[in-house]
Design a protein around this ligand. Structure first.
Ligand code: ATP
Ligand code: MG
Length: 242
């Protein structure tokens, strides 16, 4: 059903974008159409998250190949650059060559996408978001998404990976979310034998780091896929650095 919903949705989005190109669009109508596009993107995001969720029910069906994480990050940053610009935020990407991991391209896009979207959503105007892809010790590849946003209070840090959990809405100024993003991110990272760490300081920002085994660890990722459940590593660091 989710796949079927996606098709008409993208048709509506394209039609709306075409309508926006017209010469005789009043500024009022333009605003309405732009807002529609934003809402359509939001629906697509939710549907993509639901699709990931259903894929996670049968992770053995996820197709793994060698994926360059720098390419994934480039696409994601490109996709969100307009939103960041509209929010007056600066988004930068720093990537190193040869950052290949053994993984599922769609899932990796979903991981980076959800983290970057959070960084944008929970950072006020004028803030900055830094995305880094680099090699780490032991053949690992690291993804870092750093923001200068509102941060996460200690009591919430323990719970943000739970499905539907959202921090105090008064702090997030009613930014509408479903609370699924990080739950999916952490599950997808597990299927990749990765490890996620979040550091946050209230009012200063949040840094999310994800370590993936590099493509050389391919055999290991395959073998351990069976006892995935034993690996549920979510490290939370309260040192206050960000
Ligand atoms: P969804 O991602 O499903 O649209 P969501 O963003 O609310 O909704 P999660 O991505 O799972 O859900 O995040 C859970 C909660 O963690 C958020 O509601 C927010 O309170 C907090 N959070 C996540 N990322 C950040 C961040 N970078 N800075 C501050 N708070 C964050
Ligand atoms: Mg989110």
């Amino acid at each position: 059903i989710a796949y079927e919903v996606r098709t008409p949705l993208s048709v509506i989005k394209t039609n709306t974008e075409v309508a926006l190109l017209g010469d005789n669009v009043s500024s009022e109508m333009r605003e309405t159409l732009m807002s529609n596009i934003e809402k359509l993107d939001r629906i697509s995001e939710i549907i993509n998250n639901l699709l990931s969720l259903s894929a996670l029910v049968r992770p053995e069906r996820m197709e793994f190949t060698t994926v360059d994480l720098s390419n994934v990050a480039t696409e994601v940053v490109q996709k969100f650059s307009q939103l960041a610009r509209r929010n007056d935020q600066q988004i930068t990407l720093r990537k190193s060559p040869d950052c290949k991991v053994w993984g599922n391209n769609t899932a990796l896009t979903q991981i980076v996408g959800n983290l970057v979207k959070n960084a944008i959503t929970y950072t006020p105007r004028g803030g900055h978001i830094r995305v880094t892809i680099e090699q780490a010790p032991n053949n690992q590849i690291e993804l870092i998404v750093q923001d200068s946003g509102i941060g996460i209070v200690r009591k919430d840090l323990f719970r943000i990976f739970e499905p539907f959990y959202r921090a105090d809405p008064s702090r997030t100024k009613g930014a509408g979310g479903s609370g699924l993003g990080l739950a999916i991110v952490s599950e997808l990272i597990k299927t990749h034998q990765g490890r996620i760490t979040i550091r946050s300081a209230v009012g200063r920002g949040t840094t999310v780091s994800v370590l993936f085994p590099g493509k050389h660890n391919r055999a290991k990722v395959g073998q351990e896929a069976d006892n995935r459940d034993s690996l549920n590593e979510i490290a939370v660091d309260f040192s206050g650095r960000s």
